[in-house]
Design a protein around this ligand. Structure first.
Ligand SMILES: NC(=O)c1ccc[n+]([C@@H]2O[C@H](COP(=O)([O-])OP(=O)(O)OC[C@H]3O[C@@H](n4cnc5c(N)ncnc54)[C@H](OP(=O)(O)O)[C@@H]3O)[C@@H](O)[C@H]2O)c1
Length: 315
């Protein structure tokens, strides 16, 4: 078994989920010898304050072009673990990152950018879901070419912070919890369970996974913060706001129609993912929180409180 991850290099550290991953690492920095990020000159220029804050907290900032092999090889030197939080449009750039990591004398562990639904969950339908295609290509490359690295796919399901938010325009029909108007749109019949992870907990659970020796590679770790139905979420919003909300429903059939329309217009990713979650695509037989030491995670109550504060401009 490889030695535990001690020197972690994060790609995509200033992105939507990368921010939480880097905070999770910094919060537990005593467990690591070195934390670094690989980022672009554009991000260094455009996010000066964020980069300065990371530097101040002891994070090494490596600047380069993720598409230039020489920059990546140089960045890998002295690190043992790659954590990728690259965004959807750059998922395939991970294939060269894997190839270079496999050849690196120091890298032994790699967490590719997943942090969503298990893209291989439904054997018949998952291989054909459009939003899964690039991540499936990465997993195929890992199966066929990666022999040395320990690879972990961290499967978290949807982020509760995003699901428990108010949507506007057409997307409101794909599920919404609007605190100001006291109005919710629930998906399906409202009784289907969904497994959620808060964005903060993606970082917490990733760090817990790094600190736990994992048997087998590639390994899929299915973790979460809590499981709840849309009706349970609504009931918690009503309890905390102290009033009844007006409620609409978008059936699965209607959601599939909206999804088709969105793909015809160009990109239906957000609809497809919500349809998969509503179909039960996050209901894994078991969750792996226990196998990574059962770290403390957020609750439905806490996430609803946070959503209310945020929508009321207090958070
Ligand atoms: N479960 C869910 O509900 C959920 C929701 C959203 C995303 N996700 C998943 O989380 C993962 C990360 O997504 P995200 O939304 O956090 O990503 P993002 O914010 O769109 O992008 C993340 C980072 O990728 C890097 N990047 C983006 N475009 C680049 C380019 N052209 N060249 C070089 N670097 C580029 C940037 O790194 P720098 O920070 O270094 O500039 C950026 O901050 C994905 O696998 C996505 O599917 C899951």
């Amino acid at each position: 078994m490889a030695s535990p991850p001690k020197k972690t290099l994060v790609f995509g550290a200033t992105g939507v989920i990368g921010k939480y991953i880097i905070s999770g690492l910094i919060d537990d920095k005593a467990s690591f010898e070195k934390i670094g990020i690989f980022t672009s000159p554009a991000t260094v220029e455009n996010k000066k304050d964020e980069i300065a804050a990371l530097k101040e907290q002891g994070v090494e900032i490596l600047v380069g072009n993720v598409e230039y092999e020489a920059d990546v090889v140089k960045a890998y030197d002295g690190y043992d673990t790659v954590i990728s939080a690259l965004g959807r449009s750059t998922i395939l750039l991970q294939i060269p990152l894997f190839r270079l990591a496999e050849a690196s004398p120091t890298i032994h562990t790699f967490f590719p950018s997943e942090y969503g639904t298990d893209i291989e969950y439904f054997p018949i339908t998952s291989p054909h879901e459009k939003p899964h295609q690039l991540k499936l290509q990465v997993r195929k490359y890992v199966r066929e070419h990666i022999r040395k690295l320990n690879v972990t796919y961290l499967v978290t399901g949807p982020y509760s912070d995003l699901y428990l938010s108010a949507q506007t325009g057409d997307f409101e029909r794909a599920g919404s919890f609007d605190v100001k108007s006291g109005k919710a749109v629930l998906l399906g019949d409202g009784n289907g369970k969904v497994s959620f992870t808060s964005m903060r907990d993606v970082g917490v659970l990733l760090v817990a996974a790094l600190k736990t020796p994992v048997q087998g590679s590639p390994k899929t770790l299915k973790v979460n913060s809590f499981t709840a139905t849309p009706r349970e979420i609504l009931a918690e919003f009503e309890r905390q706001t102290g009033k009844s909300w007006s409620v609409g429903y978008t059936s699965l059939e209607e959601l599939r129609r909206l999804e088709g329309d969105a793909w015809e217009r160009g990109d239906g990713t957000r609809y497809t993912l919500r349809r998969i979650w509503t179909e039960g695509g996050t209901l894994y037989a078991e969750r792996d929180n226990g196998s990574v030491g059962e770290p403390g995670v957020e609750t439905l109550e806490g996430q609803v409180r946070r959503a209310i504060e945020k929508q009321e401009g207090r958070g």
